[in-house]
Design a protein around this ligand. Structure first.
Ligand code: R5P
Length: 299
């Protein structure tokens, strides 16, 4: 067993254990006690000179504070190299002040994380104007992996119709849509999306009649579900047959899932970047491969 442990909160514990098994190491629990005033007491079980925290950063406001406390505990207990695996990295979308007086959350959060960790690994961060993860974390090793190959491999194993169309709701989804479409040997298209509010979007697809053709709808994040609901409706209006969804980060709640299914989603598959009932696509192989060099074991 290597002296490199993956430390994980209860949220993400199972996914961390899968990665740890692949690395021949252990997932050590990070314990959280909540005080009556909602402050957290965070305790790590052990620390080594090299340590990693696995922490999906959905519901970020509470998790960021507990992550900061866990990093403090590991440093105090001897960690000299500290790696963060945040398969979902929060606050990446607000990368500029859109209106006077707004905070730039991406910069504020990346300053915090960069000050705590030596290396940050994430999956499909939602970057707009800043294109490279290295620019988000200057001075910290930072790595962005893609779930697209894992999604493509998962869908391929389903043996879906050969003429299936791979679609994305907007231009930002093009990078994943084209990669997955190419891996599956399917045609791909993306829609043009206008955001009208937090939960309200309008989407137009460059297509006419789908005549019952199956569609795989792909996106990086599903949050309110508004984008996917509108995309499913547009595809169905164009005559799509079975519409299946494959997403990297499933942030949505049960009500949004119900609405997506009512709109016509036959299947909803997500990667396990965030623990969620729709998880079907494990990222453990991808994450273990990139963490292997931390263990000092190369084969
Ligand atoms: C935005 O460009 C993202 O790729 C997603 O389409 C968006 O975050 C989804 O949000 P919602 O589910 O709230 O429409």
């Amino acid at each position: 067993m290597s002296g490199f442990f993956l430390h994980a909160f209860e949220h993400g514990r199972r996914e961390a254990a899968k990665i740890a098994r692949r690395l021949g190491t252990r997932a050590a629990p990070i314990r959280v006690h909540k005080f009556p005033d909602d402050e957290s007491l965070v305790t790590v079980s052990q620390a080594d000179a090299r340590a990693c925290i696995y922490c999906p950063l959905d519901r970020p406001n509470a998790r960021l504070v507990e992550l900061m406390l866990a990093a403090d505990a590991l440093r105090r207990n001897g960690a000299r190299r500290l790696v963060l695996v945040a398969p979902y990295l929060c606050y990446m979308r607000q990368d500029m002040a859109f209106h006077a007086g707004e905070a730039v959350a991406q910069q504020a959060v990346s300053r915090l994380l960069g000050s705590l960790f030596d290396r940050i690994v994430t999956v499909d961060p939602h970057l707009h104007r800043v294109k490279e993860i290295s620019s988000v974390f200057p001075g910290t090793e930072a790595e962005s992996l893609s779930a697209a190959p894992a999604i493509a491999a998962f869908v391929k194993a389903k043996a879906l119709p050969r003429d299936m169309l791979v679609a994305g709701p907007d231009g930002e989804s093009r990078q994943w849509v084209e990669q997955i479409g190419a891996a599956l040997g399917c045609e791909s298209i993306v829609g043009a999306k206008r955001r009208l509010g937090d939960r309200n979007v309008a989407i137009e697809f460059p297509l006419h009649l789908l005549n019952g053709r199956a569609v795989l709808l792909v996106d990086d994040i599903v949050s309110s579900g508004g984008t996917m609901i509108e995309a499913i409706r547009g595809l169905k209006r164009a005559g799509a047959g079975a519409v299946r969804l494959a997403v990297t980060h499933a942030l949505f709640d049960p009500a949004a899932e119900k609405h997506m299914r009512e709109a016509g989603a036959e299947e909803i598959w997500s990667s396990d970047s965030i623990p969620h009932p729709t998880n079907a696509i494990p990222l453990a192989d991808l994450l273990a491969a990139t963490l292997r060099r931390e263990t000092g074991v190369t084969s």
